[in-house]
Design a protein around this ligand. Structure first.
Ligand code: ASP
Ligand code: MG
Length: 437
């Protein structure tokens, strides 16, 4: 069996959904597990809806959006797509999606519980439920052998809402029970020589109490990896609007090159440092079972794309990863004693409690510096707390540039017109925190 993951851009309108069906038709005899994200930017819209519902409780006053208006927008977006895909208004999908949206009507009308993250998962997860229902109905309409599965029946997490931790053992058992049997058992009226297509949701999971969780933003790639691992799939393909993995984000770089093949190790490093093509948690499960990961263009499905597998060779060209909106924080003891183990554990605890992710760090005898993403909701409080014990300096509006397989020429090239404030080198990777001049 193959696992295909279709992200938001690949199902963003009716034409895109039709294209998904066309791609699947290229593989008539195969069993394919199709993992789908919310359509287009619907996850962002559902986040806005959650905020609009919660805002009065959180912070009365400015920026409050009208929840019913946001919900109306969300409904319209989906029904526009449905109308184009299913011209007959009698099609059952109309009722099915209306019924699914009732949950959001309730969310808008009811008083939310105090638990923002819990409510967030309940609301935002519906993006994936709705998109998979539409895609599944269309695949059937297009003559494909599609079954719809609720991923919450087999991907089990703890109740860390918005960042659910997967219970791998339980997930494996449930995948065997619910998913493998669905792949093996033919549908009614099935032409048995056709492969089965199973459509399920990315990004979401369920808890033992049947609550919905999400796995963290952009988590659908991770879902594809979890399901590939637990079904021993032969490969995973992520269908994207780019030709494959490039050596830099075209948003920041003019002359990007596509990489044909990447080792698991390099892919993990690139994703970890912030290359956004693949979610960082995706590679490890695939590497453990040696399942290849393909990144291909849904616009040119017959092109080769990029393959991530077991090769050992390093990348033939340097890769560049840019992160903007960085804040460099330098922490030193007030009495000018050394920065030592007890300070580190102290400092790291504060960062982890406040869920501030350290992108790069460096220490000297009397100071410790970290670069983190600017976040108005988290940083001011963190800095204030640190200042009780330490002397804290910070510098914002910086960029973090990571170069994998660097040499001096590549450093000079990215540092042009920039002042380097921090430089951390390992054998293959350099990270630079820079200030534009
Ligand atoms: N729809 C979710 C998000 O936008 C998950 C994903 O796209 O991977 O974060
Ligand atoms: Mg998405």
């Amino acid at each position: 069996m193959k696992v295909f993951k279709f992200g938001g851009a690949s199902v963003k309108d009716a034409k895109a959904v039709k294209n998904v069906a066309d791609i699947l038709k290229f593989f008539p005899k195969e069993n394919i597990l199709v993992v789908v994200s919310a359509m287009g930017k619907m996850t962002n819209a559902l986040e806005r809806l959650t905020d609009a519902i919660f805002y009065p409780a959180k912070n009365a006053g400015d920026k409050k959006e009208d929840a019913s208006k946001v919900l109306a927008e969300i409904k319209k977006y989906h029904f526009d797509i449905i109308e184009e895909l299913f011209p007959s208004k009698d099609h059952p999908i109309y009722n099915e999606i209306s019924n699914t949206f009732v949950e959001l009507d309730w969310a808008v009308d009811d008083t939310p519980t105090e638990n923002y993250n819990y409510e967030y998962d309940k609301i935002v997860s519906l993006g994936e439920i709705v998109s998979t229902k539409i895609v599944h109905a269309y695949l059937k309409e297009a003559g494909l052998n599609s079954k719809w599965k609720d991923v919450r029946d087999f991907i089990q997490t703890d109740n860390t809402y918005r960042e659910g931790k997967v219970d791998w053992e339980l997930t494996q058992t449930l995948v065997n029970e619910h998913l493998m049997t669905a792949i093996k058992s033919p549908l009614e009226g099935d032409k048995r020589d056709d492969g089965a297509i199973i459509v399920t949701q990315g990004f979401i999971g369920g808890t033992s109490e049947n609550f919905t969780t999400t796995l963290g933003r952009e988590g659908s790639d991770y879902t594809a990896a979890i399901l590939a691992y637990t079904t021993n799939a032969e490969s995973v393909t992520i269908w994207k609007d780019v030709p494959g993995v490039l050596n830099a984000d075209p948003k920041w770089f003019d002359e990007t090159k596509k990489l044909d093949q990447i080792s698991y190790q390099d892919a993990i490093e690139l994703a970890y440092y912030g290359a956004t093509v693949i979610h960082p948690k995706t590679i490890k499960p695939l590497q453990n079972k040696k399942i290849p990961l393909l990144v291909k263009s849904f616009l040119n499905p017959s092109e080769k794309g990029t393959i991530i597998n077991e090769i050992q060779s390093p990348l033939p060209i340097p890769c560049f990863i840019f992160k903007v909106n960085q804040v460099l924080i330098s922490i030193s003891p007030k009495d000018f004693s050394f920065i030592a183990e007890e300070n580190f554990s102290d400092i790291f605890n504060l960062f982890s409690e406040r869920q501030v992710k350290v992108n790069v760090m460096q220490n000297s005898a009397i100071s410790f510096s970290v670069s983190v993403d600017a976040d108005e909701r988290k940083l001011p409080d963190l800095i204030k707390t640190l200042q009780k014990q330490y002397r804290v300096l910070y510098n914002d509006n910086l960029e973090l540039i990571t170069i994998r397989y660097y040499d001096q020429a590549t450093i000079d090239r990215v540092a042009i017109d920039k002042k380097i404030l921090l430089e951390v080198k390992s054998r293959y990777t350099v990270q630079l925190v820079v200030k534009p001049l």
